[in-house]
Design a protein around this ligand. Structure first.
Ligand code: IPE
Ligand code: IPE
Ligand code: MG
Length: 247
């Protein structure tokens, strides 16, 4: 196996990587197993990728774990996913603390089932002082919901006479997003071969590098993460300029 880690340029590590963890169901189906076992196997990838990201100096890792659209799945799968979340967070808190991982969440988390919300809040509270890496779980997340929520909030401020519409800059708008205080992801990875965003971080990925891999999430680990980072490092990020203008 080639040593991908040694090829990574430590000066060009993305500070924020976002991942659409996809393909758990197909991974399981391919093995003749129920979909839920695919989700269970995906937890190992979360652990491995979080540790690998922390090791090379990534500061924020955002994982899309449950979209608002995922409520439309068969009720048994939704229930299983919610229980898996509770089990996983409870089971990982010790290791999160040992590894310096601060857990946080984005999305409409207040609408999660009570047990899930309770465990999530405990996980966030118990890891809040860790500083090595921030693991952001997108839960009951919808980018459109988030943008509407921010818009409504600013509209209320305007209506109350506390804000002039001319003051609504990108920075002011971003303050109302659930990702406020977190830099935009420079790299967005989606596993499983699908090439779409599925309502994930629409505002924040405006200039992210997109990386799609056919690998199903349960098979995605450290090596696959390093491959994605190498791909990122080999791209020229021009932000509207031309090549010759970049130093
Ligand atoms: C991703 O895997 C996990 C969640 C969306 C919760 P999927 O469950 O979407 O797996 P596929 O896409 O059906 O294979
Ligand atoms: C996106 O995956 C949501 C998560 C990974 C949590 P989906 O599997 O739900 O997305 P679609 O339905 O294929 O777009
Ligand atoms: Mg899917």
């Amino acid at each position: 196996m080639t040593d991908l880690k040694s090829q990574i340029n430590p000066e060009k590590i993305p500070q924020h990587i976002a991942i659409i963890m996809d393909g758990n169901g197909r991974w399981a189906k391919q093995k003749g197993m129920p979909r839920v076992l695919g989700h269970h196997s995906g937890v190992k990838s979360v652990r491995e990728v979080t540790e690998a990201a922390a090791q090379i100096g990534v500061k924020y890792l955002t994982l899309y774990a449950f979209s608002t659209e995922n409520w439309n799945r068969p009720p048994a799968e939704v229930t299983a996913l919610m229980s898996l979340l509770v089990e996983t967070i409870k089971g990982e808190i010790r290791d999160l603390n040992k590894n310096g991982v601060r857990l946080t969440a984005i999305g409409d988390i207040e609408a999660l089932p009570a047990a899930t919300l309770k465990t999530l809040k405990e996980g966030i509270e118990k890891t809040k002082d860790n500083q090595r890496i921030t693991l952001v779980l997108a839960l009951n997340y919808s980018a459109k919901w988030e943008i509407l929520h921010a818009t409504r909030k600013l509209a209320e401020e305007v209506k109350a006479g506390r804000l002039d519409p001319a003051q609504i800059t990108e920075a002011v708008f971003e303050e109302e997003l659930s990702t406020h205080g977190i830099p935009d992801p420079e790299l967005l990875i989606r596993t499983s071969g699908e090439a779409r965003l599925s309502n994930f971080l629409l505002w924040q990925v405006a200039y992210a590098e997109l990386y799609f891999t056919p690998v199903y999430w349960p098979d995605f680990g450290q090596q696959e993460l390093f491959e994605a980072i190498l791909s990122f490092q080999n791209r020229e990020r021009r932000f509207g300029r031309i090549s010759e203008q970049l130093t």
